[in-house]
Design a protein around this ligand. Structure first.
Ligand code: SF4
Length: 366
C-alpha cells in the first residue's frame, strides 16, 4: 500500500473490504469470485500482492485478457509456417517470438534462418517495409481493441505511400463477443468482472452493458493502479451484496460512455468482424477481424495462402481452462515443474501478460 499514490485512501478502502466481502459472501453463500479480463490487470494484481491481501475474503481469477495467450494454436502454426517462406519477413511484437506452436516457434525458426523482426509499433514496420522494397513484410496482427487501431493506422500509412510489400496477418480479437461466450458457459462461477480499462477506452462503457443487463453480473471498468483495482473490488462487492448488478465506469479519467470514435472509425475502415478461433473457447462468432476485401492487397492471409497440418494441443498445458477462469496457474500440473519462463510449455507462461508468467514471477515461492 505504501507504493500507492495515495496510501491513506488505500488503507481506507482496504479497511472497508472485509465487511463488504462478508456481506457479499452472505448473499452468495460462499466467498465471491471475481475475474480480471485484462492481462495488464493480471500483472498489476500479481505485482501488488493483492491476491494474498484479499485471500480469505474473495478469490481473484484471470480471464481471456492476454491477446497472445488467446491466439489459437492453429493461428500460431500459420504464423510459424509463414516465417518459413523465403520471400517473407515477419514483423511482430516481441511477445510472439517464444510462443510455442505445435512443432516450433518463431524464435526457433529465426535461429534456423527465418527473417523475424521485432517492432514496438506497427508504424515502424511500415517504415521498415518502405526502406526494404525487395522484402515482403508481414505484420502479425495480434491484440484486442487497444492494439487494433495502431495496426489499422499502419495500413493507412502503407496505403498512403502506395507500398506493395506490407501486409497484415490478422488474428485480432474483440473482447465483447468472447465475454458473451464466457457468460454463456453454464459452468461459469464468476460473481463480478474487472473490465479492461484500455479496451473500454476504445469501445466505451456501453459495449459491456450486456454483462449486467443480460447476464445480471456486476462489472466495473478499471484503471491500472493498485488503488483503481482495490476501488473496483469494493464497487463489485457492494453490487453483489446489494443484488443490484450494474456495468460501472470506474475509470472515468480515460473511458467515455461512447468510447473513442476516431479509433473505431479507422478500425472499421480496414477491418470487418469475422468468426475467430480462441484458445480454450474454440470458434467464437464475430469475435475476430478480417481485412476488408478492398484491402486484400494488404491481407497476408489472401496473399500467402498456406496449407498447415492440423495443430496438436500442447500436452498437459491448461492454458485453455485458465483463460476461461476454470483453473488457476498453480493448479496446472506442469506449473513451475516442466513449465517455467525459461522453458515455457504454453503461451500463458511466455507472454508478459500471461497468468502463469504473472504467478511465477510475483506470487510463487519455490
Ligand atoms: Fe500451460 Fe505452463 Fe501455464 Fe500449465 S503452467 S497452463 S503448461 S503455460
Amino acid at each position: 500500500l505504501n507504493n500507492m499514490p495515495d496510501p491513506a485512501l488505500g488503507q481506507k478502502i482496504l479497511a472497508r473490504l472485509p465487511s463488504l466481502a462478508e456481506k457479499a459472501s452472505r448473499r452468495l453463500g460462499r466467498p465471491p469470485v471475481l475475474m480480471e479480463v485484462c492481462g495488464t490487470h493480471t500483472m498489476a494484481i500479481a505485482k501488488s500482492g493483492m491476491r494474498s491481501l484479499l485471500a480469505g475474503h474473495l478469490e481473484l481469477r484471470s480471464g481471456p485478457g492476454c491477446p497472445v495467450c488467446v491466439t489459437d494454436q492453429g493461428d500460431i502454426d500459420k504464423m510459424i509456417a509463414l516465417a518459413g517462406r523465403p520471400e517473407v519477413t515477419i514483423a511482430t511484437f516481441g511477445d510472439m517470438l517464444r510462443v510455442p506452436g505445435t512443432d516450433s516457434s518463431l524464435e526457433v525458426e529465426r535461429a534456423r534462418g527465418a527473417r523475424v523482426e521485432i517492432f514496438y509499433a506497427p508504424a515502424d514496420a511500415v517504415e521498415f517495409a518502405a526502406g526494404s522494397p525487395e522484402k515482403e513484410i508481414v505484420f502479425l496482427g495480434v491484440g484486442f481493441e487497444t492494439t487494433i487501431p495502431a495496426v489499422a493506422l499502419s495500413l493507412e500509412l502503407a496505403v498512403a505511400q502506395g507500398l506493395r510489400n506490407y501486409s497484415v496477418l490478422s488474428s485480432h480479437k474483440l473482447v465483447p463477443p468472447v465475454m458473451k461466450a464466457l457468460l454463456s458457459d453454464p459452468e461459469l462461477k464468476i460473481d463480478g468482472f474487472i473490465l479492461p480499462g484500455h479496451v473500454c477506452a476504445v469501445t466505451g462503457r456501453q459495449a459491456f452493458e450486456f454483462i449486467s443487463g443480460e447476464y445480471h453480473i456486476p462489472a466495473v471498468i478499471t484503471g491500472f493502479e493498485p488503488l483503481d483495482l482495490l476501488a473496483s473490488v469494493c464497487l463489485l462487492l457492494n453490487q453483489i451484496a446489494d443484488g443490484r448488478p450494474e456495468t460501472v465506469n470506474g475509470y472515468t479519467r480515460l473511458v467515455r460512455e461512447e468510447g473513442n470514435k476516431k479509433a473505431r472509425a479507422i478500425m472499421e475502415k480496414y477491418f470487418e468482424p469475422a468468426d475467430a478461433l480462441w484458445r480454450g473457447f474454440g470458434l467464437v462468432p464475430q469475435s475476430g477481424l478480417a481485412l476488408k476485401k478492398e484491402y486484400s492487397l494488404y491481407d497476408a492471409a489472401a496473399r500467402f495462402p498456406l496449407q498447415v497440418p492440423a495443430s496438436r494441443p500442447l500436452i498437459g498445458c491448461a492454458c485453455g481452462d485458465i483463460l476461461k477462469g476454470k483453473l488457476t496457474s498453480p493448479q496446472c500440473p506442469l506449473f513451475a515443474k516442466s513449465c517455467t519462463p525459461l522453458n515455457p510449455v504454453g503461451p500463458c507462461m511466455v507472454s508478459s501478460e500471461g497468468a502463469c508468467a504473472a504467478y511465477y514471477q510475483y506470487e510463487w515461492a519455490a
